[in-house]
Design a protein around this ligand. Structure first.
Ligand SMILES: N[C@@H](CCC(=O)N[C@@H](CS)C(=O)NCC(=O)O)C(=O)O
Length: 219
């Protein structure tokens, strides 16, 4: 039996896991949460009442949280691309960067996007301004960090880049990366050129009209 992934092609945290799976060409059963598979949502809720996705089901185990799923895949379905370095110290840096992209890029980006889904009278302009400032600070730190690096943790593509790809992809849509963040812009372009990421972006194309802020005509 191959692992089963509950996910949606347009969902940013699902991208992290899809990129990891595509990096190593790991076979899996894709349960897309949508009208074509109405039972997928019920099955997901039975496994994880919080109903957040992605969720991986494998060998009688339910694996939750995108970063943990990627670590699980690295343990149980290792492939040629080692997304977690074997060196424990280097692995800590990869985990730090994974947390960085989720907490300081994905979170403020989500704040801006989900605010748009609220009824007009319930929107949070102050929170959005804070999220934009937080993204600017995150872009600034990352721009210095990326100098001299090809990938987030150096020369090896890792878990951190799986997190960076959706975070920077959608963050640039929600709060564009200014010209002054050249290192981050070039890193984002390198990510989008990576075959695993390009495939993930392509699979999400049919859903772009659902982007609440209006998807830009690029990428
Ligand atoms: N920390 C979780 C975040 C998962 C998450 O928020 N997923 C979004 C989709 S990208 C979701 O489940 N949205 C539906 C909801 O919040 O009800 C992870 O890394 O897997």
């Amino acid at each position: 039996m191959q692992p089963m992934l509950f996910a949606h092609p347009f969902a940013s945290y699902c991208w992290k896991v899809l990129i990891a799976l595509y990096e190593n060409q790991t076979p899996f059963t894709y349960r897309v949460l949508g009208p074509e598979d109405p039972e997928a949502a019920t099955d997901l809720e039975a496994l994880w009442p919080l109903k957040k996705f992605p969720v991986l089901r494998d060998a009688g185990r339910t694996v939750i949280e995108s970063s943990v799923i990627i670590e699980y895949l690295a343990l149980h379905y290792p492939g040629p691309v080692r997304l977690l370095p074997s060196d424990a110290g280097k692995a800590l840096e990869v985990r730090f960067l994974d947390r960085y992209f989720d907490n300081y890029v994905m979170n403020p980006m989500s704040k801006i996007v989900t605010n748009q889904l609220r009824p007009e009278g319930a929107r949070d302009a102050f929170g959005v301004a804070e999220a934009r400032a937080a993204l600017d600070a995150a872009y600034r730190w990352l721009d210095e960090w990326m100098a001299g690096r090809s990938w987030a943790a150096g020369e090896q593509f890792s878990l951190a880049d799986c997190a960076a790809a959706p975070a920077l992809f959608y963050a640039d849509w929600a709060h564009p990366l200014g010209e002054r963040f050249g290192q981050v812009r070039r890193y984002r372009s390198r990510l989008l050129a990576r075959p695993s990421v390009a495939r993930t972006v392509d699979e999400a194309r049919p859903f772009r009209s659902f982007f609440p802020l209006g998807a830009p005509d690029r990428d």
